[in-house]
Design a protein around this ligand. Structure first.
Ligand code: NI
Ligand code: MN
Length: 230
């Protein structure tokens, strides 16, 4: 049958989503990303979503957006910054606000993290994305974040897939990411933001076994470049 939504992990926090015939890139960090062999100069994008201003998330957004003319969706401060860098095709949203885009309804969620931009500019507050596809599937991209209790509110919407950081040090580690799964209760989970560098190395198989044992969520461990069909 026809796959409604496909999510691809390119390593670290870089993801692709194919939905409703559109190609969406999230935090497109290819150049200098030790976890990927994919190159920024041939990746497809109709939309680029940026969770926060850190260089491992802004990544190659500017060059990809200039080449593809993709619409870049980010918080107001990052969208303004991109405008100053010459990108005119941006859409600013902010935390708690949703908007119907061609690929689905995107609501910006809070995240506990920083968001300064690579040149030191103010990148506003960090965010996650809760996307309701046109086929009514809900996907929560948490972004870089620590555990927070309001993940329960996100879970109340009925999350089909949660994409969560587990690397520790900069974000939730495995123990708090397990607690996040218990708050969100998604049908499926994809762990990200681990093993890019030794500082965030994790035993993902062990984490997956614990999640499977303690929750009803199904964990999908992807290798960089692999996809999950929702
Ligand atoms: Ni970050
Ligand atoms: Mn990061």
């Amino acid at each position: 049958g026809k796959m409604e939504t496909k999510v691809t992990w390119y390593g670290h926090s870089t993801l692709g989503m194919e939905s409703a015939g559109y190609s969406i890139l999230i935090d497109p960090f290819f150049s200098g990303n030790p976890a990927t062999t994919k190159k920024a100069d041939n990746v497809k994008a109709d939309f680029i979503l940026i969770t926060h201003g850190h260089s491992d998330h802004i990544g190659d957004s500017i060059s990809i957006a200039k080449r593809t003319n993709a619409l870049v969706i980010a918080n107001f401060e990052i969208a303004n910054w991109l405008g100053n860098k010459g990108l005119k095709n941006t859409h600013a949203q902010h935390i708690g606000g949703g908007h119907q885009h061609p690929f689905g309804y995107l609501k910006m969620t809070s995240a506990l993290h920083g968001s300064s931009l690579p040149d030191g500019s103010n990148g506003g507050n960090p965010a996650g994305f809760l996307i309701t596809t046109n086929q009514h599937k809900k996907i929560y991209f948490a972004g870089d974040t620590g555990l927070f209790g309001d993940m329960r509110l996100i879970g109340e919407e009925g999350v089909d897939l949660a994409v969560l950081p587990i690397g520790d040090n900069y974000t939730m580690g495995p123990t708090d990411a397990l607690r996040a799964v218990k708050l969100i209760q998604p049908r499926h989970v994809i762990p990200i933001h681990y093993n890019t560098w030794p500082l965030i190395a994790q035993d993902v198989n062990s984490w997956a076994q614990t999640v499977q044992a303690e929750t009803d969520s199904l964990v999908h461990i992807l290798q960089p470049g692999e996809s999950f069909d929702l």
